[in-house]
Design a protein around this ligand. Structure first.
Ligand SMILES: Nc1ncnc2c1ncn2[C@@H]1O[C@H](COP(=O)(O)OP(=O)(O)O)[C@@H](O)[C@H]1O
Ligand SMILES: [Mg+2]
Length: 260
């Protein structure tokens, strides 16, 4: 049995939205088109525009309505910032960037900061060797100061969450919060598994806002286990890797994948 992967952020979002519990943790998300972009900017002021099938933070654009010095719009991709006085000009430029690829628009979350850099959280959920979903790793990811994404492949720095949360929570508050993230992650795995029975692992990207509410930004079905090597506690990566080997992620020869 091979490990099931699901690329489309839009497909995964729609499945998760059917859960009342998960919905409370999902920023409003729509397909990218002029009407949806306009309405989302009016409602939320800041949105993220992302490729439906993207990875590594590639193609991710942060778009804002601005008031000063003049009313208009601003977007950032990588380290490029552009401003436009009208929505039509903004939209034309974004359409060029996206080319023919499908995109989504998601309510932007104002991420917590550490030393003035944004950070978010990756939570790893895996089927353990007893075939039960388990939260095996949590790690923070600090964005490069000039970027709008936290991905390691886009210059982000993986870092233990307690270091990033020192300004925001006491150790006991953090312990409660981490349990909440684990519960959320396991619930996501269960909901996705009902539709995709052969998923074995998920990596959930979670944003925390100023009220410490966790928001699910996306769910990866082929998460990178090696990020957890950056943690000082080496037992985390060891377990993540051991479970991945147990469900066959690093099996080399096809022959050994035949079980029965
Ligand atoms: N709605 C959002 N609000 C705030 N930041 C976001 C939002 N969506 C994405 N980001 C930032 O962009 C990064 C990449 O977006 P993500 O949806 O995870 O796509 P990818 O598959 O490229 O990793 C996230 O880790 C986060 O730092
Ligand atoms: Mg991501």
């Amino acid at each position: 049995m091979s490990i099931q992967r699901v690329k489309s952020k839009w497909a995964k979002t729609n499945i998760m939205l059917k859960s009342d519990y998960l919905r409370q943790h999902m920023p409003s998300t729509k397909l990218f088109n002029p009407a949806n972009l306009k309405a989302m900017l009016e409602e939320h002021g800041m949105v993220y525009v992302k490729p439906v099938n993207g990875t590594f933070g590639r193609g991710v654009i942060r778009v804002e309505k601005t008031t000063s010095p003049d009313p208009g719009y601003r977007y950032q991709i990588e380290t490029t910032v552009r401003t436009y006085p009208t929505f039509e000009q903004l939209y034309r430029q974004l359409s060029r960037l996206k080319r023919k690829r499908p995109y989504i628009v998601q309510k932007g979350i104002h991420l917590l900061r550490h030393r003035n850099r944004r950070f978010d959280i990756r939570v790893m959920i895996q089927k353990n060797p007893s075939k039960v979903w388990e939260a095996t790793g949590i790690i923070g990811r600090l964005a490069h100061p000039a970027k709008i994404v936290t991905n390691y492949h886009s210059g982000g720095t993986p870092m233990a969450l307690d270091r990033l949360m020192t300004d925001h929570a006491t150790p006991s508050e953090l312990a409660v919060f981490e349990n909440k993230l684990k519960k959320l992650g396991i619930s996501i795995a269960q909901v996705l598994q009902a539709k995709y029975p052969n998923i074995k692992e998920i990596g959930v990207d979670i944003a925390i806002d100023g009220k410490h509410h966790p928001w699910i930004l996306e769910v990866n079905t082929n998460p990178d286990p090696f990020i957890f090597r950056k943690l000082p506690d080496k037992s985390v990566f060891r377990k993540v890797y051991r479970y991945a080997v147990a469900y066959g992620k690093y099996r080399r020869r096809r022959k050994s994948s035949r079980r029965k």
